[in-house]
Design a protein around this ligand. Structure first.
Ligand code: MN
Ligand code: MN
Length: 324
C-alpha cells in the first residue's frame, strides 16, 4: 500500500497521513476511517478513531451495530485540508484507526465493562479517542474512561433526545439513559453541561425538571433556529469555558431529511450545515474526547447519514487539532 508520508504541508506532526488519493483512488485502498493508517501502523497516536459496534441498548429501530463500518465507508472522500478552520486535521496530529472494540451483544452490562476497558486500554497509548457507534448506550462507558483520564468533564450533547431517563422497561443501561448514569457517577463538572437540538414529544413535564436537576442546560432545536449558528456556539463556549469538554453527538440531532439512517427519528431537527457550523464555532475549546452515535445504515439512503456522520467526525478531529 502506497502511503503518503506527511500528507499535510502544515505543522506536520503526523508520522503517516491518509493514503495519497492522487495515486490510489478513494474508493480503493484500506477500509480505515478516512483512509488513515491503522493504530498498529504508527508508533505515536494523538487521536485514535475507534468503532463501537453495539446496539443492544436500542429502544426502537435496531441496526447501529453496523454504524462504524458505514461511517468508515462514508469517510472515504474526506480530504486533508479544512478550509473553514485553516487546519490539516490529519497533518498537525497523528490520527489512526484503532479498529472496533468487541463487546457482547447479548449482555449489556458486560458490553459496557468491555467498552470501558477497551477505551481505557486505548487511552494508555493514544492521546484522545473519537468513538463511532453503536447506539448511545456506549457514551456511558466512554465517559467513564475519559473521566478517569481527564477528570470531571463538561458534556456537550447534541441529540433530539435528553437521554437522561431513569430506566426503560426496568433496564438502567440503555441508549435513553447514559447521561443520567454518568451524572449519578459524578462524571460531570457541576453546571457546565448541556443538550443541544432537543425536540419532539416527551413522556411528562418531569422529564425536563429532572434533567435540569441533574445540572443540564438545554438549547432546543427551535432555539437553534431562532438563535442561529453563531449564537448557539457562543452559548456553548460560555457554558464550558476552558474546562475539559466531551462532545457526544447523536446523529438524530439532524433532521431525518439530513440523516434518515438512525434508530429514533424525530421531525424538526438541525440541518447538517447548522451542526457543522456550530461545531466549527467551538474551535479553541478543550475537547478531550468525543463520540458520534446512532447511525443505522439499514435505514439510510445513498449514504447520506453515513456521509454526514463522517463530516461530523472530521469537524471533531479539526477541533482536536486546534484544542485550546
Ligand atoms: Mn441519544
Ligand atoms: Mn436521539
Amino acid at each position: 500500500m502506497k502511503i503518503n508520508e506527511g500528507e499535510s504541508g502544515a505543522a506536520g506532526h503526523a508520522e503517516r497521513g491518509p493514503i495519497d488519493a492522487s495515486r490510489i483512488p478513494r474508493f480503493a485502498g484500506p477500509p480505515t476511517f478516512a483512509l488513515l493508517p491503522r493504530r498498529d501502523e504508527v508508533t505515536h497516536c494523538d487521536v485514535a478513531v475507534v468503532g463501537v459496534p453495539f446496539d443492544s441498548g436500542t429502544s426502537y429501530r435496531p441496526g447501529a451495530r453496523f454504524g462504524p463500518a458505514a461511517v468508515r465507508q462514508g469517510s472515504r472522500l474526506l480530504r486533508p485540508w479544512h478550509p473553514g478552520l485553516q487546519v490539516a486535521p490529519f497533518g498537525v496530529q497523528q490520527v489512526a484507526d484503532a479498529g472496533d472494540i468487541a463487546c457482547n451483544p447479548f449482555d449489556i452490562k458486560e458490553a459496557i465493562d468491555q467498552i470501558e476497558a477497551g477505551a481505557t486500554a486505548l487511552l494508555t497509548s493514544a492521546g484522545h479517542l473519537l468513538a463511532i457507534g453503536g447506539d448511545h448506550t456506549i457514551a456511558y462507558p466512554l465517559l467513564c474512561a475519559t473521566r478517569q483520564r481527564f477528570g470531571p468533564l463538561a458534556l456537550v450533547h447534541f441529540d433530539a433526545h435528553l437521554d437522561t431517563w431513569q430506566t426503560y422497561f426496568g433496564a438502567p443501561l440503555t441508549h435513553g439513559t447514559p447521561f443520567r448514569r454518568a451524572a449519578e457517577d459524578g462524571l460531570f463538572l457541576n453546571g457546565h453541561s448541556m443538550h443541544i437540538g432537543i425536540r419532539g414529544p416527551l413522556y411528562a413535564p418531569s422529564d425536563l425538571t429532572e434533567d435540569a436537576e441533574l445540572g443540564f442546560q438545554i438549547i432546543s432545536a427551535m432555539d437553534v433556529g431562532r438563535t442561529g449558528i453563531d449564537g448557539v456556539a457562543a452559548a456553548i463556549r460560555a457554558q464550558v469555558g476552558d474546562r475539559p469538554v466531551y462532545l457526544s453527538i447523536d446523529i438524530d440531532v439532524l433532521d431525518p431529511a439530513h440523516a434518515p439512517g438512525t434508530g429514533t427519528p424525530e421531525a424538526g431537527g438541525l440541518t447538517s450545515r447548522e451542526l457543522l457550523g456550530i461545531l466549527r464555532g467551538l474551535a479553541g475549546t478543550r475537547l478531550v474526547g468525543a463520540d458520534v452515535v446512532e447511525v443505522s445504515p439499514a435505514y439510510d439512503h445513498a449514504e447520506m447519514t453515513a456521509v454526514a456522520a463522517a463530516h461530523i467526525c472530521y469537524e471533531l478531529l479539526a477541533l482536536m487539532a486546534l484544542r485550546g
